[in-house]
Design a protein around this ligand. Structure first.
Ligand SMILES: CC(=O)N[C@H](C=O)[C@@H](O)[C@H](O)[C@H](O)COP(=O)(O)O
Length: 222
């Protein structure tokens, strides 16, 4: 199944509670539109969205469950229960925060649970090359640049994709590396593939109209 994603575009269809398009019916439509445009896969958040997408869109899903637990920074599928929810909704790949941020459960236990108990693929969302290496050692099937720019260690208000991290991961790891985060143009997506990315995840530039509008407004300023 992973090979169907090779060289492809995965469209992240996400709208959190405070976003105008929040709701499974909207994310299911976004995913259908992504499929019509040729997407190889979908990334989606939460039981309701994943379930609705799996019911009508015949594409592999990278599922996550974002939860902010008091006292911990890791928020992308940080617990076994969250992973179970993503699995129950039908996602084929479960993505987790695999950074060194504070977490409620040990990373190795979470990965072992997904791989052994659930018996499915794990994608590690990381922010540094060291985190990627550890995730690979712990048995993750894919490593993504997803969290570069979103941890205390890497928060530097980057506007561009982190191609340096992508290259570092590609040159050190043997598992497939996913380019994800702030990829806003087809040219950047192509560049990510040329740099060795296994596939490319694009979210906001396709599925968050408020972000797209904002970028136009910024671009129109004199
Ligand atoms: C940091 C974080 O929470 N990232 C999330 C991970 O699932 C999503 O909100 C992003 O939309 C996704 O990673 C795709 O990135 P972009 O929207 O930049 O193309």
């Amino acid at each position: 199944m992973l090979m169907t994603l090779k060289g492809g575009l995965i469209v992240s269809c996400q709208a959190l509670e405070d976003e105008p398009l929040h709701g499974a019916q909207f994310m299911e439509r976004m995913a259908l539109a992504a499929k019509a445009g040729g997407a190889a896969g979908i990334r989606a958040n939460g039981y309701a969205d994943i379930k609705a997408i799996k019911a009508s869109v015949d594409l592999p899903v990278i599922g996550i469950h974002k939860i902010k637990l008091p006292g911990y920074d890791a928020f992308i599928t940080p617990t076994k229960q969250a992973a179970q929810t993503v699995y129950d909704a039908g996602a084929e790949i479960i993505a987790i925060d695999a950074t060194t941020q504070s977490r409620p459960e040990k990373l190795e236990e979470l990965i072992a649970f997904i791989k052994t108990t659930l018996g499915t693929y794990v994608m590690a969302d990381v922010s540094t090359a060291q985190e990627g290496l550890r995730a690979q050692e712990l048995g993750c099937d894919l490593v993504g640049t997803t969290l570069s720019g979103y941890t205390q260690e890497t928060a530097d208000h980057m506007q561009e994709p982190d191609f340096t991290l992508l290259q570092d991961l590609v040159s050190t790891l043997h598992v497939p590396v996913v380019a994800e985060g702030r990829i806003h143009t087809p040219q950047q997506a192509k560049q990510a593939l040329l740099l060795g990315a296994f596939c490319v995840v694009v979210g906001g530039a396709i599925t968050r109209p408020q972000e797209i509008t904002r970028r136009f407004i910024e671009g129109m300023k004199t």
